[in-house]
Design a protein around this ligand. Structure first.
Ligand code: AMP
Ligand code: MG
Length: 289
């Protein structure tokens, strides 16, 4: 596995891992670029592209491992959360896009359908978990059930307040079953969100991305930050830690999620499965065929 650019000396996870304990989002700078090994925006495309060969090998190894032991197969699950315009779609295109789409199970969670509302909120999440050897990507997730649901009082407080513990149990169960979780909060600033929404309104090819509801959510920014701080603080566990990705600079955000995924897969102890057949005998049979 050779890549033109070598990995950062300090693992990126150590820069981005949210420390345990009280969370104040005001302490986390959305325009920072911790652990970035290059110069900046100008060389980011090269640094992102340099991750592709190793990511590709690791994804293939994960998939191979999933085929050989499907009942206790390793899986990865990247959870993407962030305010509108924070770049969940951009990360999927530019970071996750580096791996073979056949190895990826992508789910975007919208407001629950009538059928989903008839079930427990984790029902649709369980249904969308990655298959054996797959990399699952959640564009929004079960965290919406303690974010928009809390901010808009979609269920009473005594209901949403119990969900943090339930989410921790759910995630611990996933991890115990062989799933490696990468929970990413894309941290965009209030000012940068305004600029990105303004860009959408200034460009007819971006109108489709603009949703008038985004401004309604923006008006509740402090309530969202409070809800995010609670979710980050209460669900920051050893088994399933939160990473906060500074997201005002798109090039940094995309590189960071790709590198975090690479680091995570590289840390899973994956190996190519041994042949379940006699290689020499097969070579002989093939030669004679
Ligand atoms: P988007 O990701 O921009 O397509 O928007 C999806 C919308 O679905 C956002 O407004 C979310 O707040 C909303 N949404 C996602 N999950 C839930 C949920 N569990 N309950 C209510 N709304 C949700
Ligand atoms: Mg949106």
């Amino acid at each position: 596995m050779s890549s033109k650019k070598s990995a950062a000396p300090v693992p990126l996870s150590e820069h981005l891992r949210l420390p345990l304990g009280a969370v104040d989002l005001a302490d986390l700078d959305p325009s920072a670029t911790p652990g970035y090994p290059g110069k900046g925006k100008s060389d980011a495309p090269e640094w992102i592209a340099a991750l592709a060969p190793e990511l590709s090998d690791l994804q293939e190894m994960l998939f191979a491992a999933g085929r050989s032991v499907p009942e206790r197969a390793p899986r990865a699950l990247v959870v993407l959360q962030g305010m509108d315009t924070s770049g969940k779609g951009g990360v999927i295109r530019h970071a996750i896009g580096l791996v073979d789409p056949q190895g990826v199970d992508l789910t975007s969670f919208k407001a629950p359908s009538a059928e989903e509302r008839r079930h427990h909120y984790l029902w649709r999440i369980r249904n969308a978990l990655p298959g054996a050897g797959k990399i699952g990507i959640f564009d929004r997730s079960h965290y919406e059930d303690v974010l928009v649901v809390r901010v808009d009082s979609l269920v009473p407080e005594d209901v949403w307040s119990k969900r943090y513990d339930e989410i921790n149990e759910f995630e611990a169960e996933l991890v115990a079953g062989g799933t490696r979780l990468v929970k990413c909060m894309l941290n965009v600033s209030f000012e940068e969100q305004k600029a990105r929404l303004a860009e959408r309104l200034a460009n007819p090819t971006k109108y489709w991305k603009y949703n008038p509801g985004d401004v309604d959510a923006r008006k509740k920014w402090p309530a969202y930050m409070e809800a995010y701080a609670a979710a980050l603080e209460k669900c920051n566990t050893e088994a399933a830690p939160w990473y906060v990705i500074p997201s005002d600079r798109k090039w940094y955000r995309n590189w960071a999620v790709a590198e975090l995924l690479r680091e995570t897969l590289a840390g899973m102890g994956l190996a190519w499965p041994a042949a379940e057949f006699d290689v020499a005998a097969e070579q002989k049979r093939l030669a004679e065929s």
